[in-house]
Design a protein around this ligand. Structure first.
Ligand SMILES: [Zn+2]
Ligand SMILES: [Zn+2]
Length: 264
């Protein structure tokens, strides 16, 4: 198994060094780990999610070498897209030899769903739909990426009595997103970090996975979104079974931007 979504201290919100992450991944018996540190242009507020990528590669390449016989280390990036930062994000993606590019939405209309303000005055359906529209913008307009990140991000900080994101509530948007991904040979991650606590008020709606498969989708990966070592591969066994139940036989990870399949 590969954990395709982790953050080292190159992300200002992470406390985990790359070496610590590798040691933990080896203890957990993982085959590989992708470091997907944050690149978010024009992120409002105090935290800055920009990276000196020359330094990023000069620090992570020796880590990749050091662990090469025990763990596959994938030097990757999670790029946070807003419509007005498309071009500059694209330039960085093209300039560096990433193994893997994960594209995510962290902001909608300049608001962070991390912040309660985003949900104010919106029904659950409105709040979630607006987020999925932004996801649709990304999959349609970002030229160079491999997988779509955490569309379940929108439930993480919502405080509805039932936070679950359901296929049936947004079937048109999900279908549009999936068709676009499939047409362009891309897939999405199942972000287990969103469900880390196993909180009973938010389950993963397996119909999302079933519909993606029904439309011909095959590319899914597991990502923990760990920012600390004890979150690496969180709930992977549980979600591997969810994927099998939805009919998937393989997950995928990326090396040199090419998909590699791993049996479930
Ligand atoms: Zn993210
Ligand atoms: Zn992340």
């Amino acid at each position: 198994m590969f954990d395709c979504h982790t953050h080292t201290t190159f992300s200002t919100d992470s406390v985990m060094s790359a070496e610590q992450a590798c040691e933990s991944a080896i203890k957990l018996g993982l085959d590989g780990i992708a470091f997907t540190d944050h690149l978010d242009y024009d992120f409002p507020g105090e935290l800055d999610f920009l990276i000196d990528f020359d330094r990023y590669f000069s620090v992570l390449e020796p880590v990749r070498e050091k662990y090469a016989d025990r763990l596959k280390v994938l030097i990757s990036v999670e790029v946070g897209i807003q419509p007005h930062v498309l071009r500059e994000s694209e330039e960085v993606i093209r300039r560096y030899p990433f193994d893997y590019v994960l594209a995510s939405a962290h902001l909608v209309d300049r608001q962070n769903p991390y912040d309660k303000e985003y949900y104010r005055g919106k029904s659950k359906k409105e709040a979630y739909s607006r987020y999925l529209e932004e996801i649709y913008f990304i999959v349609r307009n970002l030229e160079s990426f491999d997988m779509l990140g955490h569309f379940g991000y929108i439930i993480r900080y919502a405080d509805y009595a039932d936070r679950t994101l359901r296929y049936a509530d947004h079937s048109d948007l999900f279908d549009m997103i999936f068709r676009e991904l499939i047409d362009r040979g891309r897939g999405f991650e199942l972000n287990t970090g969103t469900y880390r606590s196993g909180s009973p008020d938010a389950v993963y709606d397996i119909e999302i996975l079933r519909r993606y498969r029904e439309l011909g989708g095959e590319l899914v990966c597991l990502g923990s979104d760990a920012h600390q070592t004890d979150h690496i591969a969180a709930r992977f066994e549980y979600f591997a079974q969810v994927l099998r139940d939805a009919g998937f036989r393989y997950t995928v990870h990326f090396e040199n931007r090419k998909p590699v399949f791993d049996k479930l």
